[in-house]
Structure formats: structure tokens, C-alpha cells
Design a binder for this molecule. Sequence first.
Ligand code: G3I
Length: 347
Amino acid sequence: STLKKAFQDKFYIGTAMSLPQIDGTDQRAAAIIKKQFSSVVAENCMKSMFLQPQEGKFFFDDADKFVDFGLKNNMFIIGHTLIWHSQLPKWFFLDKNGKDVSPEVLKQRMKNHITTVVSRYKGKVKGWDVVNEAILEDGTYRKSKFYEILGEDFIPLAFQYAQEADPNAELYYNDYNEWYPEKVKAVITMVEKLKSRGIRIDGVGMQSHVGMDNPSIDEYEKAIVNYSNAGVKVNITELEISALPSPWGSSANVSDTVAYQKEMNPYTKGLPKEVEAKWEKRYLDFFGLFLKHKDKIRRVTLWGVTDKQSWKNDFPVKGRTDYPLLFDRKDQEKPVVQKIIKLAEKN
Ligand code: G3I
């Protein structure tokens, strides 16, 4: 059986697509995507620096190919991401003299970007990550250019522009470390503010770039339940489980590059059996939780298909050999896939 079949009456099961998968260079991964997944999101090519590298000069070639792939294969297509402080071209918030633009100008630029992009894919892209990563772990707002110039108002404005451009698309707020209690609280407050102003938000995206130990399944479950109680659907948007030691709380001195590299990259020749078993169990624990809460969950999307293509190989240092995804470096399905399928069939 396949993931797509096993989850068809539960929630969408998706993957991010890298450029080689979109443009036909990586045919093997594209074949896996067609067979296994019911939803797709572009890993990079719909970010603002790629879509509008210069003011008013839009580049849609890659995004168009991505959307065509999704349409041809009857997939639930997700757009990532409209307003994000990263992979944001500098012109977006600067005037001719290199100074920050006024709130009015920034609003106009946000509106133009969102309206142009969302209208182009109206009815085709079914859900948008409207705002990405605006809230910090302690529950305060990230001091991004959007926040510095517009204050927290940039969030309702972004949702309003997106809603006007495609009233039928689902609209999400997406973030990482999405289970930190202070962050959960702040996201929920933001959701409530949007709703009280009559602005629609359909879901929260829990990115879920998780490690072997953190977060605990209990902590994570609390976040799912709390978001759902706030009246939004939960989307697991960027799931992968790194098998390598967490960079947070490392004992190595980061400036001692050689020692740090070594500590961060211990399994260059394959995962030891016991680590692999722990990693598998971790995936099954998460999928068990998603299935338990399937009434609250709209979609579970993995942040990539095969290990060789994962961004985790370059984070926090370049050249790591990580094993975070469901398909290996030779494009082969890992044993955990059939175990996840069995779990879905039982639930
Ligand atoms: O486009 C250039 C290309 O021209 C150049 O040849 C190549 C050489 O390294 O770099 C390319 O840019 C890279 C870009 O991905 C496109 O491949 C950047 O260096 C690289 O930093 C960038 O990384 C992406 C990262 O977002 C940027 O912040 C990752 O692939 C992507 O997986 C990651 O995704 C984010 C989500 O959007 C939001 N949540 C967190 C998640 C992981 O960081």
C-alpha cells in the first residue's frame, strides 16, 4: 500500500518539493511524490525573493511548474509563503535612499505582492501560509522589518489581502518551535484577535522540525489540543525528524570548527541500529498522535522526500549526513513507511 491510500480518509499527507523535483531533473523523487503523497508545497520557489526579486518584476516559471505538477496529479496544493522575514528581497522595505519605507508604502507593497501571487493561482492553490514565523519562543513578536514598520497590524493586513484575492483558499499562520507554551499562547491570542476583527484564519501550521528527544509527545499533544480549542485546524507543515545530535545545548565549542563538525555529524557511514530503532519509534509516536487527533488535523506534510535532499544536511553546519526523511539516499522507501501505513490502517 501507499501513504496516500492509507491516509485518504484521515488527512492529507504531503511533501515539500525542491526545485530539481519540480523541474524534472530528479525524476525518481517526482515518481515517489506522485505515488505516495496527496498534497504538495514548494520548498523554496514561492518565497518572495524568488517570486518578486525586484519590485514589480515577478518570476513565476518555477512556481507555475510546481502548480502544474500538483494539478496534473490531483493534489491539494499549498503555497509557501507570502509574508516572511527571511528569503525576503531587501527592496521590499527600503526606499530609494536605502531608508525604511513608511507604513503606507509597506502596506502597498504587501498588498501588491499578495494580490498578484494569490490571484495568479486562485482556485489552484488551496491553502496559503500567509504569515510565517512572526512570534518568538517567549511569546513576543519577532522584531522583523514588517513588525518594526507596521507593528502587529501586518498580520491582519496580510490575511485580509489574501482573503480578498482568493476568498476560497484556506489561510494559515505557520511557525517553528510551535509547541513552546508561551508561543502557543501568543499564537492563540493572535488567532483570537484576527477573528474578533472578522478576519478569517483557517489553520495554524506546526512546522515540526523535531529532533530525537524534543519536544516530548505530551508537550506536542498539548499544543495540538490548544490550537484546536482556539477554533482553527492544525496543519503539520514541515515534518522531519533529525537523527543527529541537537545543535542546541551542544557541549562542543562552536568556534572549534573541527570538533563541532565532528560532534554534529557522527553517522557519516549510516545510522547505528539502535539509533535507527529509536528514530523509527519516534516517527511512529508522532504518527500515532496525529491519528489520535485526526479530527483536528487537516494535513501532515513532510519537509522533503529523500535524505540526500534535506536542508538538515546543511544545518547548523554544512555537510552533515542526516537521516530525517522517509526515503533514503538511494530513493528507497525506508522500513518505517510500511509501519506508518499499518498504523494508519489500524486507526
Ligand atoms: O538559490 C541558491 C542557488 O542559486 C545556489 O546555487 C545555492 C547554493 O547553495 O543556494 C541556493 O539558495 C539556497 C536556497 O535554499 C534554495 O535552494 C540557500 O542557500 C539555502 O539557504 C536555502 O535554504 C532553505 C531555507 O528554508 C532558507 O531559509 C531550505 O532549502 C528550506 O528547506 C528552508 O525551509 C524553511 C521553511 O521555508 C520555513 N521553515 C523553516 C524551514 C527550514 O529552515
